[in-house]
Design a protein around this ligand. Structure first.
Ligand code: PAF
Length: 283
């Protein structure tokens, strides 16, 4: 496995791979790799001949007051995980490589970035879409892999790629969960054992939503009220939002119809956690 710290060196590695007829897969990450990332690497291995993992804690997607400084950066352990997972190259640029000067060019997806997390993290998605554009321009992957756990991010990136005619495919892989249902996330590292148990109620609330839709409940306020009850029973949980939205437009809906995305964001202790489910009410 090669480790490239500069744009020039990753481009040279990719050129060699491409010249030998390999297709390129990119798994963009901020490091602190876990089984969720490994599942993305495995998906990339299946579809691509040459798999690149980028590790870059992107400053522009953190809102002031967020955890940029304390975001975990276990670089050696990350390299070990990549090596064992069969990654061909890790691209781990220093901030000066990615943002050598004051950044005055941004990629901004409108509308889809306004609801859900967009309301609480102004500027976050602009940072994500800008850094992903840079990564796509640097690595020029045929396919890039993202997790369904960050549902809004995945939808926003797909839309950006379509709207800007970027020549790559976006593959969205299922959320990986702990045994108790808690969605695997780098930020789970901030939680105590008790807080992890408490956090399992996020998935319980989402399952409740699924059951209610399956049972034919159509009124979203009714579903959200039941989900809130589950989360409000846990004193350590502070609900940021529970929204049921159209899975394509991300607009709030009053009435369940077609494919819907139910998304939850909560704070538990020092962590902000998000999770979601997609339900096809037409099924
Ligand atoms: O999902 C993440 O880890 C980040 O938002 C991403 C896509 C790597 C961009 O920094």
């Amino acid at each position: 496995m090669e480790v490239a710290e500069t744009i020039q060196s990753i481009r040279s590695l990719i050129k060699v791979a491409r010249d030998s007829g390999k297709n390129i897969g990119l798994v963009p990450t901020m490091g602190a790799l876990h089984i969720g990332h490994i599942s993305l690497i495995e998906a990339a291995r299946k579809k691509c001949d040459y798999v690149v993992v980028s590790i870059f804690v992107n400053p522009t997607q953190f809102v002031p007051g967020e955890d940029f400084d304390k975001y975990p950066r276990p670089f050696e352990a990350d390299l070990d995980i990549c090596q064992k997972a069969g990654v061909d190259a890790v691209f781990a640029p220093a901030p000066e490589q990615m943002y050598p000067a004051e950044n005055i060019t941004w990629v901004n997806v409108e509308k889809l970035t306004e609801p859900l997390c967009g309301q609480f993290r102004p500027g976050h998605f602009r940072g994500v879409t800008t850094v992903c554009t840079k990564l796509f321009n640097i690595v020029a992957p045929d396919i890039a892999f993202f997790g369904q756990k960050d549902a809004q991010q995945a939808i926003v990136i797909r839309r950006m790629v379509a709207d800007l005619n970027m020549p790559l495919e976006i593959v969205i892989c299922p959320t990986v969960r702990e045994q108790n249902g808690l969605a695997v996330s780098s930020r789970n590292k901030y939680l105590t054992e008790q807080q992890k148990k408490d956090a399992a109620n996020i998935y319980k609330s989402l399952q409740k939503c699924h059951q209610m839709i399956d049972a034919g409940v159509k009124n979203t306020s009714e579903i959200i009220a039941e989900m809130s009850k589950i989360l409000q029973q846990i004193p350590s949980i502070e609900i940021e939002y529970i929204n049921i939205v159209d899975a394509e437009t991300l607009r709030n809906i009053d009435h369940i119809v077609g494919r819907v995305l139910t998304a939850v964001a909560v704070r538990i202790g020092p962590a902000r956690l998000i999770d979601n489910i997609l339900v096809d009410a037409a099924e």
